[in-house]
Write a protein that binds this ligand. Structure first.
Ligand SMILES: [Fe+2]
Length: 397
């Protein structure tokens, strides 16, 4: 594909944290790396599913072989990071006399752990006032040592600065950012092979959405393009493989890398209307984030197709579609079809009506308003008014 005539960015900045270490079995480095960070007494932050699947145990084994002391396992995280559970986690950390954390889990676990570490670093015990401030960059101090093992290839919370926390009472998803995320993200594909095909598909669609929204947002950058487009290449090749052959370490490894690349991309360039509408669906109907993204992605792309045609052409090219000789708009439509085909290949057939979302304009309005107030909507390449957001939901029913 000949590179399209894209406008030169007038400004961008890029944040690079944490250090990334990749490798099947890389968890064996935990003792050396945590020691180098100054941590000695470890609390593991995880959830019961990860413990019962034996995945937390794979990390515990390596901690036990090292000079680190495991002082406790906090496994009370549930779907979505929640302020009450973040507070409980910080109390647990202090009670056990920990001085560092090892995190083993998916997005909800990783986001909760970031919140817990902020509370520890700030010497606070209630996350609500910090969450209300949303951005904690002005007076942030470095936090205690924090190493994270993602067990899903999707949310990329191991790499981003954001915490998406559910405010259970207000039914909204809060977004909080802090400059000190994890110190090291250890990408060990052996920890992801037990992930069931459905969750692999949902989380993979989250990663794909990060990459596509990250290279088409209103704050794109050349670094983001490099990362996001390569993530798309990897996801189109390896997501069907990871879904159909869960034990395939090669596919799992490539998906972990793709998820991290997409996270580095959108963590700096932001997302768009897919994430805004998905956050609201998660808050009001409890739809898992990756599934909500997977449903909304082709619908939002169709809405954006003219405004983002040049960029969707690069997306189509990264998907492996031969766009030579195509007009940008034609290639952009092929990219939308490419997403639909991938969804079929990984068995993601759900629609909003299957998940309790009502086919009723009136009843949908609170969700429309919540999506309209989500910070990510402002990064969508096409301006979306409330009527547009309503139509996006109606199309996805
Ligand atoms: Fe996401």
């Amino acid at each position: 594909m000949k590179y399209p005539d894209l406008e030169l960015s007038s400004f961008f900045m890029w944040s690079n944290r944490p250090r990334i270490m990749f490798g099947p079995g890389i968890r064996s480095e935990i003792g050396f790396e945590m020691n180098a960070l100054g941590g000695k007494k470890v609390v593991i932050i995880t959830d019961k599913g990860i413990v019962n699947a034996g995945v937390a145990g794979m990390v515990v084994k390596e901690i036990e072989k090292s000079e680190l002391e495991l002082v406790g396992i906090f496994d009370s995280i549930v779907q979505d990071a929640r302020i009450d559970i973040i507070n409980q986690g910080a109390a647990f950390y202090r009670e056990k006399g920990a001085d560092c954390m090892v995190v083993v889990g998916g997005g909800s676990v990783m986001d909760s752990a970031k919140g817990i570490n902020i509370l520890i670093g700030e010497g606070a015990d209630d996350f609500q006032p910090l969450a209300d401030r949303a951005a904690l960059w002005d007076d942030a101090k470095p936090l205690p040592p924090h190493i994270v093992f993602p067990t899903t290839a999707g949310t990329a919370s191991e790499i981003t600065h954001a915490i998406i926390a559910l405010d259970v009472n207000a039914r909204v998803k809060l977004q909080i950012t802090h400059p000190y995320n994890a110190d090291i993200a250890m990408l060990d594909p052996e920890l992801t092979v037990k992930l069931p095909p459905k969750i692999t598909a949902f989380t993979g669609m989250d990663a794909l959405t990060h990459a596509i929204e990250g290279v088409t947002s209103t704050s794109v950058s050349p670094i983001g393009d490099a990362l996001g487009l390569h993530a798309i290449r990897l996801i189109f090749k390896y997501l069907p493989m990871a879904v159909n052959e869960p034990e395939n370490i090669d596919a799992r490894g490539h998906m972990l890398i793709a998820s991290t690349l997409a996270g580095m991309c959108f963590g700096n360039t932001m997302t768009g209307a897919v994430h805004a509408t998905a956050h609201a669906l998660g808050a009001h109907y409890g739809i898992p984030h990756g599934l909500a993204n997977g449903i909304m992605l082709p619908v939002v792309m169709e809405f954006n197709v003219e405004e983002a045609a040049d960029r969707y052409m690069m997306v189509a090219d990264a998907m492996g579609i031969n766009v030579d000789g195509m007009e940008p708009i034609e290639a952009a439509r092929a990219a939308v079809q490419g997403v639909k085909n991938l969804k079929k290949e990984i068995g993601l057939t759900e629609r909003l009506k299957d998940l309790g979302v009502p086919d009723d304009r009136e009843k949908l309005m609170p969700t429309v308003e919540l999506a309209g107030a989500d910070s990510q909507i402002s990064y969508n390449p096409r301006y979306a008014e409330e009527e547009d957001i309503l139509n996006l939901y109606l199309k996805a029913l």
